[in-house]
Design a protein around this ligand. Structure first.
Ligand SMILES: *Cc1c(COP(=O)(O)O)cnc(C)c1O
Length: 408
């Protein structure tokens, strides 16, 4: 709190724009931490949420159910990667990950073949609760808690040119046995700095998991709901996960909701007369009807032809900008997957805490654009409704950053 700048008070949002108390407006180029899909205060979502509030705001989800939960679950299963057949509701991305980890560990326990090891990418981010922190990168963000986090087998992210090393690392761990599951952010590691790797190498890794009977958990909390250009990143892959974690975009960015889905192989390991085989996990607000209603409304918008069109045009504009900015001095790398575009500036101090980060962040705010650098990496994750003019302004801001850095 001592070093943080005062927060900017936002009073209203519409489309990709946020309006501040002091009259300034900002383009939300990070979709309010990657959650917003269709723009702020979207009338369709607002209407469905308002209706739901007047019908049923909440009901205990143990022993009871309701239409919004059923409808959202059915809607998700229709579009999720092949094989997903059951839906478990929780509150956010971290809890969606906790649930998946508990499902994986208990799966083996329930079968009477307990397995201990979990594999994850070294630079991954899966959330801020303890299980999620354990499978995330051992970084400054988790340092005070390291001694409380369970051991995880980390493998390197298989970025271009380093695929073989990761494959070897996974094979070695897989052969050693005792592996319960592999959890991964498919194709794009968000918090690591929009680090990207190919679907081919991920398929190689998932194939190894299948050969060694290792459960797979796709953390699509960030990549889900169209972000990567397809509805889910797993749609780029031949090998499908056993479990999928969802949150962020699930309600179009309206409110908190988490979902963990699984295939029948997982589900069946819990389907038993022995009550000790139950997945004992539940939150007070599990499957909150209002959140589910927002989810249904967002899904309707996501599957509309207009959104498909928007996605395509963002991808095309990103492609052009990539070609343009690649040429410029001071640019280390430009990478893109669908609507996600990341520009990495050449810089020696790459930590989140570096001054460069603050300089870039404040420069963008001054231009009326919200861009939150991850160290020397700037990325765009726009709401899909962003207009061409707004996106052009975001690109101009990034070009302004490039000038700022190369002039120094
Ligand atoms: C944001 C994120 C999470 C955590 O979600 P929260 O809702 O913030 O708890 C988990 N995994 C990934 C890949 C994320 O990007």
């Amino acid at each position: 709190m001592k070093t943080a700048a005062l927060p900017i008070a936002i009073v209203r949002g519409e489309g990709a724009l946020l309006y501040a108390e002091d009259g300034k407006e900002y383009i939300d180029a990070v979709a309010s931490w990657w959650v917003n899909l269709h723009g702020h205060a979207h009338p369709h979502i607002a209407e469905k949420v308002a209706k739901q509030l007047q019908t049923l705001e909440h009901v205990i989800f143990a022993g009871f159910t309701h239409a919004p939960a059923v409808e959202l679950a059915e809607g998700l299963l229709k579009i999720l990667p092949e094989g997903q057949s059951k839906v478990f509701y929780s509150d956010n991305g971290s809890t969606a990950v906790e649930v998946a980890l508990k499902m994986a560990i208990q799966y083996w326990k329930n079968l009477g073949k307990p397995k201990k090891k979990i594999i994850a990418f070294r630079d991954s981010y899966h959330g801020d609760t303890f299980g999620a922190m354990a499978v995330s990168s051992r970084s400054a963000f988790t340092a005070p808690f390291w001694s409380y986090l369970f051991d995880v087998e980390f493998i390197d992210v298989p970025v271009a040119g380093h695929e073989a090393e990761t494959i070897t690392q996974l094979q070695t761990i897989a052969k050693s046995g005792d592996v319960a599951a592999f959890i991964y952010e498919p194709l794009v590691l968000g918090t690591a700095g929009m680090v990207m790797y190919s679907s081919e190498v991920l398929d190689n890794l998932l194939e190894i998991c299948q050969q060694h009977n290792i459960l797979t958990i796709a953390d699509e909390v960030m990549t889900g709901f169209g972000r990567t250009g397809k509805l889910f990143a797993s749609h780029y892959l031949k090998y499908k996960p056993d479990m999928v974690c969802l949150s962020k975009g699930i309600t179009g960015g309206t409110m908190a909701l988490g979902v963990t889905t699984c295939n029948s192989r997982i589900y069946d390991a819990f389907l038993n007369d022995d009550k000790n085989k139950t997945l004992f996990h539940g939150h007070s607000y599990t499957a909150n009807p209002v959140a589910c209603a927002a989810g249904i409304a967002s899904l309707e918008l996501l599957l509309s032809p207009e959104t498909k069109q928007s996605l395509e045009s963002i991808v095309a504009l990103h492609n052009n900008f990539t070609l343009e900015i690649k040429q410029l001095a001071g640019i280390k790398d430009v990478r893109q997957r669908g609507t996600i575009l990341a520009v990495e500036f050449e810089d020696t101090s790459t930590s989140y805490f570096s001054n460069l980060r603050d300089t870039l962040y404040n420069y963008a705010l001054g231009q009326g654009v919200i861009l939150r650098p991850l160290g020397n990496i700037i990325y765009i994750i726009p709401p899909y409704c962003i207009t061409e003019a707004q996106l052009t302004k975001v690109y101009q801001t990034i070009k302004g950053m490039q000038l700022l850095l190369t002039e120094k």
